[in-house]
Design a protein around this ligand. Structure first.
Ligand code: ZN
Length: 131
Protein backbone atom coordinates (compact mmCIF):
# COMPACT_ATOMS: atom_id res chain seq x y z
CA UNK A 1 0.00 0.00 0.00
CA UNK A 2 1.26 3.46 -0.91
CA UNK A 3 0.88 6.21 1.66
CA UNK A 4 1.06 9.94 1.07
CA UNK A 5 2.49 12.91 2.92
CA UNK A 6 0.76 16.21 2.17
CA UNK A 7 3.00 19.22 1.77
CA UNK A 8 1.69 22.79 1.53
CA UNK A 9 4.44 24.96 0.11
CA UNK A 10 4.50 28.72 0.62
CA UNK A 11 7.00 30.03 -1.93
CA UNK A 12 7.84 29.49 -5.59
CA UNK A 13 11.08 27.75 -4.67
CA UNK A 14 11.44 26.12 -1.30
CA UNK A 15 12.93 23.08 0.42
CA UNK A 16 10.54 21.69 3.03
CA UNK A 17 11.91 19.35 5.71
CA UNK A 18 9.61 16.30 5.72
CA UNK A 19 11.80 14.01 7.87
CA UNK A 20 9.39 14.00 10.83
CA UNK A 21 6.42 13.26 8.54
CA UNK A 22 8.24 10.33 6.95
CA UNK A 23 9.27 9.00 10.37
CA UNK A 24 5.63 9.26 11.46
CA UNK A 25 4.53 7.11 8.52
CA UNK A 26 7.18 4.51 9.42
CA UNK A 27 5.84 4.45 12.99
CA UNK A 28 2.21 4.16 11.80
CA UNK A 29 3.11 1.23 9.56
CA UNK A 30 5.13 -0.32 12.39
CA UNK A 31 8.11 -1.02 10.15
CA UNK A 32 11.10 -2.17 12.20
CA UNK A 33 13.57 -3.21 9.49
CA UNK A 34 13.39 -2.41 5.80
CA UNK A 35 13.58 0.24 3.13
CA UNK A 36 11.48 3.38 2.81
CA UNK A 37 10.98 4.59 -0.75
CA UNK A 38 9.91 8.16 -1.46
CA UNK A 39 8.43 9.26 -4.75
CA UNK A 40 7.27 12.72 -5.86
CA UNK A 41 4.40 12.51 -8.40
CA UNK A 42 4.93 16.05 -9.70
CA UNK A 43 6.86 17.44 -12.68
CA UNK A 44 8.01 20.62 -10.92
CA UNK A 45 8.86 19.13 -7.52
CA UNK A 46 11.58 16.77 -6.30
CA UNK A 47 12.95 15.03 -3.25
CA UNK A 48 16.48 15.18 -1.86
CA UNK A 49 18.42 14.30 1.26
CA UNK A 50 20.86 16.87 2.58
CA UNK A 51 21.85 18.91 5.62
CA UNK A 52 18.96 19.90 7.81
CA UNK A 53 20.84 21.41 10.75
CA UNK A 54 21.94 24.65 9.09
CA UNK A 55 19.15 26.34 7.07
CA UNK A 56 21.74 28.26 5.03
CA UNK A 57 22.54 25.01 3.17
CA UNK A 58 18.95 24.93 1.90
CA UNK A 59 19.25 28.55 0.80
CA UNK A 60 22.56 27.85 -0.98
CA UNK A 61 21.04 24.90 -2.87
CA UNK A 62 18.10 27.05 -4.02
CA UNK A 63 20.39 29.96 -4.95
CA UNK A 64 22.79 27.78 -6.93
CA UNK A 65 20.02 25.94 -8.80
CA UNK A 66 18.51 29.32 -9.73
CA UNK A 67 21.87 30.58 -10.99
CA UNK A 68 22.39 27.44 -13.07
CA UNK A 69 18.82 27.38 -14.38
CA UNK A 70 17.42 30.91 -14.66
CA UNK A 71 13.65 31.40 -14.69
CA UNK A 72 13.78 33.23 -18.02
CA UNK A 73 16.11 31.08 -20.08
CA UNK A 74 14.45 31.38 -23.48
CA UNK A 75 12.71 28.02 -23.11
CA UNK A 76 10.21 26.56 -25.58
CA UNK A 77 7.63 25.32 -23.04
CA UNK A 78 4.72 27.77 -23.18
CA UNK A 79 3.63 27.37 -19.55
CA UNK A 80 6.58 29.52 -18.46
CA UNK A 81 7.91 27.15 -15.84
CA UNK A 82 10.60 25.24 -17.69
CA UNK A 83 13.16 26.19 -15.06
CA UNK A 84 11.04 24.28 -12.52
CA UNK A 85 10.80 21.23 -14.79
CA UNK A 86 14.57 21.20 -15.33
CA UNK A 87 15.32 21.58 -11.60
CA UNK A 88 12.88 18.73 -10.91
CA UNK A 89 14.72 16.42 -13.30
CA UNK A 90 18.15 17.39 -11.98
CA UNK A 91 17.27 16.83 -8.32
CA UNK A 92 15.12 13.78 -9.00
CA UNK A 93 11.68 12.42 -8.19
CA UNK A 94 12.73 9.65 -5.82
CA UNK A 95 14.89 8.76 -2.83
CA UNK A 96 15.15 5.93 -0.37
CA UNK A 97 16.28 5.49 3.22
CA UNK A 98 17.00 2.31 5.16
CA UNK A 99 15.01 1.70 8.33
CA UNK A 100 16.47 0.01 11.41
CA UNK A 101 14.78 -0.51 14.78
CA UNK A 102 11.85 1.55 13.53
CA UNK A 103 13.98 4.60 12.73
CA UNK A 104 15.10 6.16 9.46
CA UNK A 105 18.82 5.47 9.11
CA UNK A 106 19.86 9.02 8.22
CA UNK A 107 23.26 10.54 8.92
CA UNK A 108 23.56 12.91 11.87
CA UNK A 109 23.09 16.04 9.76
CA UNK A 110 20.78 14.63 7.12
CA UNK A 111 17.14 15.54 6.58
CA UNK A 112 14.67 14.60 3.85
CA UNK A 113 13.42 17.56 1.82
CA UNK A 114 10.52 18.01 -0.51
CA UNK A 115 11.79 20.47 -3.15
CA UNK A 116 9.27 22.95 -4.51
CA UNK A 117 10.24 24.63 -7.77
CA UNK A 118 6.91 26.10 -8.91
CA UNK A 119 4.92 26.90 -5.81
CA UNK A 120 3.16 27.76 -3.74
CA UNK A 121 1.08 24.61 -4.22
CA UNK A 122 -0.39 21.65 -2.48
CA UNK A 123 1.94 18.69 -3.03
CA UNK A 124 2.14 15.02 -2.15
CA UNK A 125 5.00 12.65 -1.53
CA UNK A 126 4.28 8.94 -1.98
CA UNK A 127 5.84 6.49 0.46
CA UNK A 128 6.19 2.75 0.06
CA UNK A 129 8.05 0.54 2.48
CA UNK A 130 9.58 -2.87 1.97
CA UNK A 131 10.13 -4.76 5.20
ZN1 ZN B 1 5.14 23.31 -17.25
Amino acid sequence: MVRYINVRTSARTELVDITADVQEVIAEIGLEEGVCYLFVPHTTGAVTINEGADPSVRRDIIKTLSQLIPRDGGYAHMEGNSDAHIKSSLVGASAYVFVEKGKLLLGTWQSIFFCEFDGPRHRRVAIKVLG
